[in-house]
Design a protein around this ligand. Structure first.
Ligand code: BTN
Length: 268
């Protein structure tokens, strides 16, 4: 059913989890839910607390880019986490969230997949962006914030992004209830996070992730500081690195952050 309202009460009503999103902060208009969640983190807010906004005036994307979305169109949320592990583990949580969004789409009957490392794509176009930030003091994590922007009911895509981005509505012709979308994401995330915490890596999520990996068995072009090479991707390992086999049989583990990976024939 399409949504009538999207606010703190309707979100709390929709979410059936143990800890993820049991505390919800909702704003009609905020600078950025990531910034808000970081402020909440500094003030001592609990693990699993969620910041959600209908509109962001200074939404942040990766690489210092802006992230904008019209009112009513998207789920823009950031979850605050207080994990007890080394800071170098935290970037893998971006992959955990990417997997959760892809699984949430699947639960809603939408065939989504993942472009490594964490872009969730439908019909070869991105429907979700994820930005993870953390605060570290004296080598220990204070808090981690994972922000996700999901294009739900967006009815048009700016010209310059039209070959790269889409929304659930544009792909299916259906309007979605954002409370339900958010609830599915949090339910999947909570389950995946619990599994992640058992090994503090992606080992127990590998099968689910690789099953949804759009790049699996596909030719990819890797661009890193050493140059460009091509190969066939065959999944990720427990650290989230993309495994690529070059034509000469050499196998390479590609770390996220160091490189850019593109399909040879499209964005995916
Ligand atoms: C990307 O560039 O792909 C990442 C985009 C992340 C956008 C989301 S929207 C909710 C949260 N708040 C922000 O300011 N950014 C993230």
């Amino acid at each position: 059913m399409a949504e009538k309202m999207f606010n703190q009460t309707t979100i709390l009503h929709a979410v059936h989890t143990k800890w993820a999103g049991k505390t919800v902060h909702f704003a009609e208009d905020v600078d950025s839910t990531n910034e808000w969640a970081k402020r909440l983190g500094k003030e001592g807010e609990v693990h699993g607390a969620l910041a959600v906004a209908e509109f962001q005036s200074a939404g942040k994307g990766r690489l210092g880019r802006r992230w904008t979305a019209p009112v009513g169109s998207s789920v823009m949320m950031s979850i605050l986490l207080r994990p007890d592990f080394e800071p170098c583990i935290a970037p893998m949580l971006t992959i955990v969230m990417g997997l959760s969004v892809a699984q949430a789409a699947e639960r809603m009957g939408i065939k989504g997949c993942i472009k490594w490392p964490n872009d969730v794509v439908v019909s070869r176009k991105k429907i979700c962006g994820i930005l993870t930030e953390m605060s570290v003091e004296e080598g220990k994590i204070n808090y981690v914030v994972i922000g996700a922007g999901i294009n739900v009911n967006l009815d048009s895509i700016p010209e310059e992004l039209s070959d790269k981005a889409t929304s659930l509505y544009l792909e299916t012709g259906k309007l979605y209830n954002r409370n339900e979308v958010l609830a599915h994401v949090l339910e999947c995330f909570e389950e995946n996070y619990q599994r992640f915490m058992k090994t503090k890596d992606l080992t127990l999520l590998l099968e689910d992730y690789n099953r949804m990996l759009a790049n699996y068995g596909q030719p990819v072009r890797v661009l890193d500081s050493m140059g460009t090479y091509e190969g066939i991707a065959y999944g990720i390992n427990g650290k989230g690195e993309l495994l690529v086999e070059k034509a000469d049989g050499t196998k390479i583990c590609v770390g996220a952050g160091e490189v850019s990976v593109r399909g040879l024939y499209s964005y995916v």
